[in-house]
Design a binder for this molecule. Structure first.
Ligand SMILES: NC(=O)c1ccc[n+]([C@@H]2O[C@H](COP(=O)([O-])OP(=O)(O)OC[C@H]3O[C@@H](n4cnc5c(N)ncnc54)[C@H](OP(=O)(O)O)[C@@H]3O)[C@@H](O)[C@H]2O)c1
Length: 253
């Protein structure tokens, strides 16, 4: 059995699933704790066998995430890749656009946005992230006590950058990811023995949006680029809490 253990959230789909497959197929695979609110694809679980332990959990539940963390006791976790998240589009307009122009921007305009969508997006993208990261701090600290700095990679978005916002709209998603910048900034101060990184994976074809967006790349290409960024994090001793794109270029908040 591998000795190292990592956690990947949003692991049943899209980028999270691609990260799981990447780590599970390494010549020396790691143990992977896969978390998602939908069930983990059985054919992938079967292919990689015992290295993946999947947990169907809503990341917004403090109790369920804490229960999982408690079962790990002080087992060291060297890496968390946090991919669970939603895009914050208004479902009624998504249903209309799906039959018509397939215009994502139209589903999150000033006029379209509503309280339910905005709160749900905050609940998952902002609270859910905080909930997960706080719960697994004992295991990250345990890894820090043993050897090199453990890492937390949070999939964020260029849309969370206030200075990069030249198009307007995107109210729920932009605000939930911008709020993450503030959450992660505080974590870098409160938890200096862990290295945090916020990573924009590019525009990627996943289930985040119900149709393929123009210019979207595949998950394998994005994960390949993201993995180079993770290597750079070590080589260049990046300051904790940076927001970067999949080529490692800093995105100003
Ligand atoms: N794809 C892109 O172009 C893009 C661009 C920039 C940033 N990102 C970021 O990349 C991350 C991964 O997204 P993706 O593109 O891989 O999308 P995805 O295919 O939809 O994967 C996200 C996964 O997170 C799960 N999830 C959502 N809410 C959850 C909850 N409350 N508890 C547990 N799991 C939950 C989803 O399950 P359900 O399907 O059941 O909700 C889904 O399996 C997100 O944070 C996203 O903001 C993506």
């Amino acid at each position: 059995m591998p000795s190292e253990t990592i956690i990947i959230t949003g692991a049943s789909s899209g980028l999270g699933l691609a990260f799981v497959q990447y780590y599970a197929s390494l010549p020396t695979p790691t143990n992977i704790i896969a978390i998602d609110n939908r069930s983990f694809p059985p054919q992938i679980a079967e292919r990689y066998g015992a290295v993946i332990r999947s947990h169907q959990i809503d990341i917004t539940s403090a109790q369920k995430i804490q229960d999982l963390a408690s079962t790990l006791e002080s087992a060291p976790i060297s890496l968390i890749i946090h991919c669970a998240g939603i895009r914050g589009l208004v479902p009624r307009i998504v249903a209309q656009q799906k039959q018509g122009d397939k215009n994502v921007a139209a589903t999150e305009t000033l006029e379209a946005m509503n309280h339910e969508t905005m709160m749900k997006t905050f609940e998952i993208n902002t609270w859910g992230t905080f909930n997960v990261l706080r719960a697994f701090l004992p295991q990250l600290r345990s890894a820090a006590a043993q050897s090199s700095k453990p890492k937390v990679v949070i999939l964020s978005s260029r849309m969370g950058s206030i200075s990069a916002n030249t198009a307007g709209g995107g109210y729920a998603y932009r605000a939930s990811k911008a709020a993450l910048n503030a959450v992660v900034k505080s974590l870098t101060i409160d938890v200096p023995d862990v290295q945090f990184l916020m990573l924009h994976p590019g525009r990627v074809e996943t289930r985040l949006v119900e149709w393929k967006e123009e210019g979207a790349i595949g998950v394998e290409e994005s994960v390949k680029d993201c993995m180079r960024v993770l290597e750079k994090m070590d080589e260049e001793r990046w300051e904790s809490g940076r927001l970067v794109d999949r080529f490692g270029v800093t995105i100003p908040w």
